[in-house]
Design a protein around this ligand. Structure first.
Ligand code: SF4
Length: 362
C-alpha cells in the first residue's frame, strides 16, 4: 500500500501535466461511451496516428451502436481493413448487437455487464467506466505497466501472473475518485509520449520526483526486457485465377485466424517444393481443379506480429473443371472493379491494389 501523500502527489502532478500536454484526439472531444469504446478497441496494438482516420470513418458510417448493430459484417470488416486483428471488429459488431438487444442500446455502466460483452476485457471495461462514466476503475495497458514498473521499481520475480496482479493492484490504488478517467488517460499518455520504452524523457517528466527508478539511476532496468521468440518466416504461393474478366476469390472460415476475410487461393510452400509445385498442389486441394500457371505477377513481403510472409503471386488463367472448394466459407468470381468491396488481409489487399493500379485486366 502506497502512502496517501505519495499517491496524492502523483495524482496532482499527473493531472496538471495532462491538462496542458494532452494530445487532441477526436474521441476525447465526445465523452460518450460508444466512441470511447470504439477508440479503445482500435487503439489495442495500434498507434494513435494510425487509428484517427479509421475512427473518423467508422463514426461517420456507424454513428450509433444501433447503426453498427444493423450493419452487415462485410461492411464492418471493410471499415477495419488495414488495422489488423480483425476479431476486434467482429467482437465489437457482436457486442453492439447484444447491447441493443439486452441493454436497450445503452452501453452498460457496470463492470459485471461490460465484461460479459465480446471483446471487452478488464482493460477495456476499466477505460469505458473511468473515461465515460467517471468511475474510479483502474486500467493497465503496456504504457501504464511501463510507467508503474519504473515509478515503483516493480519487477517480475519469475511469476508473470503475480507481477500482473501486483500491477493491477497498484493501478487500482492510484486511480483517484475525482477525475479517474483523466488520470487513467494521463498515465497512458505519459507512457506514450514521455516514459518511452527506450530513452524516456525523464527531464520533462511530471513524475520525476516520485519516480524511484529515476532516483536510483536505474531507469533502464525497468521493466525487465522481454524475451522475444524469433519471428517465423513462411513462404506462400497464391493464385490470381481469371475467367472472362473476373477473378476467383474465397472467404476464410469465420472461426480462426483472419476469419471472414477474403483471399486469393494458395498456401504454404513445403521445403522440398518449388513455388509453382506448391501452388498446383494447394489449388488441387482447395478447389479440386488443376490450374495452368501463366506467369509470376509479383512477390510481396509482409510482416505480421508472429511471422514474416513472402507471398509469391501467379497469374493462372482458368482452365476447366468444376470447383469444389470445401475449406472456405464461400467463393466467388468477382469483376476487377468490384474487388474493393471485399475485405482482404493486408498482404492480399496489396495484390488487389496492384491489380487495380495496373488498370488492365489479365
Ligand atoms: S521519471 Fe523517467 S522513468 Fe520515471 S516515470 Fe518519468 S519518464 Fe518514466
Amino acid at each position: 500500500m502506497k502512502p496517501t501523500s505519495v499517491k496524492r502527489n502523483i495524482q496532482k502532478a499527473l493531472l496538471s501535466w495532462f491538462d496542458t500536454e494532452q494530445r487532441d484526439m477526436p474521441w476525447r472531444r465526445t465523452g460518450h461511451p460508444y466512441p470511447i469504446w470504439v477508440s479503445e478497441i482500435m487503439l489495442q496494438q495500434t498507434q494513435v496516428k494510425t487509428v484517427i482516420p479509421y475512427f473518423e470513418r467508422w463514426m461517420k458510417s456507424f454513428p450509433t451502436l444501433q447503426k453498427l448493430a444493423r450493419s452487415h459484417e462485410e461492411t464492418v470488416l471493410k471499415h477495419w481493413e488495414g488495422l489488423g486483428y480483425y476479431s476486434r471488429a467482429r467482437n465489437l459488431h457482436r457486442a453492439a448487437k447484444l447491447v441493443v438487444k439486452e441493454h436497450n442500446g445503452k452501453v452498460p455502466n457496470t463492470y459485471d455487464s461490460l465484461i460479459k460483452l465480446p471483446g471487452v476485457g478488464r482493460y477495456t471495461a476499466g477505460a469505458i467506466l473511468s473515461i465515460a462514466f467517471d468511475q474510479p476503475v483502474p486500467v493497465l495497458d503496456g504504457n501504464v505497466k511501463r510507467v508503474l514498473s519504473r515509478l515503483f521499481v516493480m519487477q517480475s520475480n519469475g511469476v508473470p501472473s503475480a507481477h500482473e496482479k501486483h500491477l493491477w493492484e497498484t493501478s487500482s490504488e492510484l486511480v483517484p475518485t475525482q477525475r479517474p478517467g483523466d488520470f487513467n488517460q494521463a498515465m497512458m499518455e505519459l507512457g506514450a509520449t514521455v516514459c518511452l520504452p527506450k530513452k524516456p524523457l525523464c527531464l520533462i517528466c511530471p513524475l520525476q520526483k516520485p519516480c524511484e527508478a529515476q532516483q536510483r539511476g536505474e531507469v533502464d532496468k525497468f521493466p525487465a526486457p522481454k524475451v522475444r521468440t524469433p519471428t517465423k518466416k513462411i513462404e506462400v504461393s497464391a493464385a490470381v485465377i481469371t475467367r472472362g474478366g473476373k477473378v476467383y476469390i474465397q472467404q476464410r472460415p469465420h472461426s480462426g485466424l483472419m476469419g471472414g476475410l477474403w483471399e486469393f487461393p494458395g498456401g504454404k510452400r513445403k521445403p522440398e517444393e518449388t513455388e509453382e509445385a506448391c501452388l498446383k498442389r494447394e489449388i488441387k486441394e482447395e478447389l479440386g481443379v488443376p490450374i495452368t500457371i501463366s506467369k509470376k505477377l509479383m512477390t510481396i513481403k509482409h510482416s505480421y506480429t508472429q511471422f514474416r510472409v513472402t507471398l509469391n503471386v501467379f497469374w493462372c488463367p482458368w482452365k476447366s473443371g468444376r470447383i469444389r472448394a470445401t475449406q472456405c466459407e464461400q467463393w466467388k468470381w468477382v469483376k476487377y472493379e468490384d474487388l474493393n468491396q471485399y475485405t482482404f488481409p493486408a498482404a492480399n489487399a496489396r495484390i488487389v491494389k496492384s491489380l487495380l493500379n495496373k488498370g488492365e485486366k489479365l
